[in-house]
Ligand binder design. Structure first.
Ligand code: NAD
Ligand code: TYD
Length: 364
């Protein structure tokens, strides 16, 4: 039996992971630590709130005394670290929070894990610090470049990517210097249920529903490699179970798409869905909502993951195809309007207004 501390468990991937873990590992205890920033949402954890093996703690990973007391009182032997500021556009407009949470916060967790697990040896065995990171640390690929491997040199381009790269380096250093039992996974772009609608896929889905413009940065030719969120959770599970301490594993789905093609696909699938459900049938041809807008500064051209290491060494392969994953995602957003309606008031509107003010998204 393991006692997990899941940081950032009220966010997109962390909440999917928490639900996944409690369902598949009923013997384990999961303590979620989350600051409930604009991206954190307790409603994403409502499915597990009655589970006796789950506890939610509202707090900041930068709060060392809170982290220390939690690890001690809950006898935590595994930390799965998702908490982060995660949106590139926000990092361009305000990088400070990214340095605070992603760099300082990660260091607080590492310091405390080392102190309690290694220096004091006060909590049993089977320790693991798993750091959830991104392919964006590797920088940008040209159209013909081979995908990122675990040996690709780091060349982060956005403040977000730089802060994640810094945290990856700290995790590696704590393993190399102190022997902290760490693993790192660098994953490609995720999509799926409970994703905050500032990221491309949920933003486009909800804007189609609301008959709002679909902002495509630049010419829409940038490429991302998309993975269904539950496959990411499964990949992390495999690294926790079979990964070698001190190692890094890339997780991805061999699923590269130009942004404009994704946006057009979402338009088509939403139009089909309207026909099926007889919902707003007269509002077809969602493609008419596409609006090419000013490009993101320093916009990375292409990300692509080479996931051969995790496949060959740990036997992991994604289960979802893009076709099935995207249909599940659309169905989820259509069936869970209460979840996104709550979010779309308040701080979300402030963010949209801030983007307009900076003429970063130059549409109305
Ligand atoms: P998210 O923004 O949806 O969620 C982040 C969560 O962290 C939120 O619940 C937020 O409240 C919490 N948080 C933020 N600052 C905190 C702090 N100081 N203390 C405690 N909690 C805090 O992010 P996500 O998309 O779920 O990403 C989770 C992790 O996965 C991140 O580390 C991100 O870098 C990484 N990642 C994301 C993707 C992706 O496509 N979304 C891909 C690869 C890796
Ligand atoms: P995003 O979901 O923000 O993820 P990331 O920047 O971490 O890859 O964006 C995915 C891609 O979609 C990226 O190339 C930027 C682009 N994009 C748009 O064209 N329009 C949008 O409104 C958003 C949010 C993103």
């Amino acid at each position: 039996m393991d006692n997990l501390l899941v940081t950032g468990g009220a966010g997109f991937i962390g909440s999917n992971f928490t639900r996944y873990w409690l369902k598949n590992r009923p013997q384990d205890r999961v303590v979620v630590l989350d600051a409930l920033t604009y991206a954190g949402n307790l409603a994403s954890l409502s499915a597990v709130q009655e589970n006796k093996k789950y506890r939610f703690v509202h707090g900041n990973i930068c709060d060392q005394s809170l982290v220390e007391s939690l690890i001690r009182t809950e006898n935590i032997n595994k930390i799965i670290h998702f908490a982060a500021e995660s949106h590139v556009d926000r990092s361009i407009l305000g990088p400070d929070a990214f340095i605070e949470t992603n760099v300082i916060g990660t260091h607080v967790l590492l310091k405390v894990a080392k102190k309690i697990w290694l220096d004091e040896k006060s909590i049993g065995a089977r320790h693991r610090f798993h750091h959830v990171s991104t392919d964006e640390v590797y920088g940008s690929l040209g159209a013909e470049d081979p995908p990122f491997t675990e040996n690709t040199p780091y060349r982060p381009n956005s403040p977000y990517a730089a802060s994640k790269a810094a945290s990856d380096h700290l995790v590696r250093a704590y393993h190399h210097t102190y022997g902290l039992p760490t693993t790192i996974s660098n994953c490609s772009n995720n999509y799926g249920p409970y994703q905050f609608p500032e990221k491309l896929i949920p933003l486009v889905l909800l804007n189609i529903l609301h008959e709002k413009a679909l902002p495509v940065y630049g010419e829409g030719k940038n490429i991302r490699d998309w993975l269904y969120v539950e496959d990411h959770c499964r990949g992390i599970e495999v690294v926790l179970d079979k990964g070698m301490v001190g190692e890094t594993y890339n997780i991805g789905g061999k699923n590269e798409w130009e942004n404009i093609k994704i946006v057009k696909l979402l338009c088509r699938l939403m139009d089909e869905k309207r026909q099926e459900t007889n919902f707003n049938v007269q509002k077809k041809n969602s493609e008419r909502l596409i609006a090419f807008v000013k490009d993101r500064p320093g916009h990375d051209f292409r990300y692509a993951i080479d996931a051969v290491k995790i496949e060959n060494q740990l036997g992991f392969k994604p289960e979802e195809t893009f076709e099935t994953g995207i249909r599940k995602t659309i169905a989820w957003y259509l069936e869970n309007s209460a979840w996104w309606r709550n979010i779309m008031d308040g701080s979300y509107q402030e963010w949209i207004a801030l983007q307009y003010k900076n003429s970063y998204v130059s549409i109305k």
